[in-house]
Design a protein. Structure first.
Length: 76
């Protein structure tokens, strides 16, 4: 994830470009702070699981790669 700056918005933009079949954002906790990195499936060709939530963008990206492989019938 080095094509964009290391800002949160840059990381979000990169994930959104790479995984266009998902809507990707940061959740907001009850105290107003940012929480999990979230991806909701919008294109069934892009994954199987409707919603993915992970604590870091790297973990979310790994899960999205696995979802793409599952949707394509491959196992990683």
């Amino acid at each position: 994830m080095d094509r964009y700056s290391n800002t949160e918005e840059g990381v979000l933009e990169q994930l959104r470009e790479e995984f266009e079949g998902h809507r990707i954002w940061r959740s907001v906790r009850a105290d107003g702070r940012l929480g999990e990195w979230v991806a909701s499936l919008h294109d069934p060709k892009a994954g199987i699981t409707p919603t993915l939530m992970h604590p870091t963008p790297e973990a979310l990206r790994t899960a999205l790669v696995q979802e793409r492989a599952r949707a394509e019938g491959r196992n990683l």
